[in-house]
Design a protein around this ligand. Structure first.
Ligand SMILES: Cc1cc2nc3c(=O)[nH]c(=O)nc-3n(C[C@H](O)[C@H](O)[C@H](O)COP(=O)(O)OP(=O)(O)OC[C@H]3O[C@@H](n4cnc5c(N)ncnc54)[C@H](O)[C@@H]3O)c2cc1C
Length: 397
């Protein structure tokens, strides 16, 4: 290996940008970030909160320019054996170490639910990208008080329903579960949010969307109980799935230092990474956690070539939040792998999530201070045990 280590970073959203910035001060490292040819890296959290409703324009959601080299292209495939990345343009780039930070994509509706005419129209969209936000903005501009069906009431669907209601839309929030959002929020929070949704918007919980079709200039949405809703716009919000180039074409399994479990010299961070640590298999797709993972992957890489101490085991503790109607949901750590959920306060609602006697997550509704006060306690008793990785390791990147 040459005196400098060349690190390629694929994707420059939360995780990729954080990794590039962490590596930037290192004189013995050169970085090249591969970023979308058409759209500069942006803060995805603003897509529904600000761009869709026209509070800001797309360029205002852009992230600050990255240090190091930037290639504007997208990665088609990685050849881990040759340590080469193949770009859509046909070009190839070699690497000494690679950080994959390609994030996630919206989970699609089951095939056959949406008729091709609806899929191809501007009246049906996810709300994941700036293009999606512009589609929503156009629908809002085209009609006074447009009728919007939001299908899926996890974090994004729940938050977006309130944002669009406040923007003057007639919102129907629908979900197949009678108490939606249990996976995202846990049962206690989901029940309170279901009540808040019923007060704020029209709800259709417990019925699956079975068919969507375009009729004249409207969308006809049919549900499993035979109900039909006619709306101006449908937003599907069914969660996310990890995206990555070949050979993974999906989630990338990483160890506790964010190294690929299957390929040497490769790290993954953010929404694309599936972690296995402390007996848990998990994937977290939140902005601050993705940033923290990007930093951790970079430090792990530096440790592998003797340029830093080992950052140790990655354990999530970044805060994430959603403003849903008048409520602030705030959480950190693992909130969906608990063996034991304790309600430490009913009003405001504060929940602690434990596993094997460890505090692994904390969440709450309108309980900002209480949740934040518990964050330093996360994983604390595991971390006070003697660490196996306290000295710099010098394995290859
Ligand atoms: C509408 C919306 C609102 C959200 N609000 C919040 C919030 O309030 N709080 C919160 O914590 N989280 C929120 N999130 C989630 C948060 O945005 C994500 O968890 C975060 O962006 C994940 O970071 P990432 O780096 O893994 O992926 P991203 O930030 O999505 O970055 C991945 C980058 O990789 C690029 N890429 C993908 N494939 C390739 C390829 N083959 N070649 C080159 N580049 C590629 C993509 O173009 C993208 O730029 C929200 C998400 C959405 C959709």
């Amino acid at each position: 290996m040459s005196a400098t280590t060349h690190v390629l970073v694929i994707g420059a959203g939360a995780a990729g940008s954080a990794a590039v910035r962490e590596l930037a001060p290192q004189e013995k490292i050169t970085t090249t970030a591969i970023i979308d040819a058409e759209i500069a890296p942006y803060n995805r959290t603003l897509v529904n909160k600000a761009v869709a409703t026209g509070l800001i324009d797309t360029h205002q959601a852009q992230l600050p320019p990255l240090p190091g080299s930037v290639v504007r292209d997208s990665v088609r495939a990685v050849d881990p054996r040759e340590q080469t990345v193949h770009l859509r343009s046909g070009a190839r780039l070699d690497y000494d170490a690679l950080i994959v930070a390609t994030g996630s994509a919206p989970r699609p509706l089951p095939s056959g639910v949406a008729a091709p005419a609806a899929v191809d129209s501007a009246r049906m969209t996810h709300l994941h990208s700036l293009d999606d936000a512009l589609r929503v903005r156009a629908a809002l501009a085209a009609t006074t008080s447009p009728r919007v069906l939001v299908y899926g009431a996890g974090m994004i669907g729940a938050e977006t329903s309130g944002i669009l209601r406040d923007a003057g839309c007639q919102v129907t929030l629908a979900a197949s579960s009678p108490v939606p959002g249990i996976t995202a929020f846990g049962a206690a929070v989901a029940e309170q949010l279901a009540r808040a949704h019923r007060r704020a918007v029209t709800t259709r919980f417990g019925h699956t969307l079975t068919h969507l079709d375009l009729e004249k200039n409207e969308v006809r949405a049919e549900f499993s109980d035979g109900h039909v809703a006619t709306v101006d716009l449908v937003i599907t919000a069914l969660g996310t799935i990890a995206v990555s180039p070949s050979p993974w074409n999906g989630p990338i399994a990483v160890d506790h230092r964010l190294r690929s479990r299957t390929h040497d010299h490769i790290y993954a961070a953010g929404g694309v990474a599936v972690h296995e640590s402390d007996g848990l298999t998990w994937r977290i797709d939140h902005w601050s956690d993705a940033e923290a993972q990007g930093v951790h992957a970079a430090r792990s890489l530096l440790a592998s070539i003797g340029l830093a101490d080992s950052p140790g085991i990655y354990r999530p503790r970044a805060l994430y939040s959603a403003q849903i109607h008048q409520h602030l949901y705030l959480a950190a750590g693992h909130t969906s792998h608990s063996e034991n959920v304790q309600t430490t306060s009913i009003v405001p609602l504060v929940l602690t999530h434990e596993r094997a006697g460890q505090l692994i997550g904390v969440s709450g509704l309108d309980a900002g201070a209480a949740v934040m006060a518990l964050v330093p306690e996360l994983h604390s008793s595991i971390e006070s045990m003697p660490r196996a990785e306290s000295t710099p390791s010098t394995d290859t990147p």
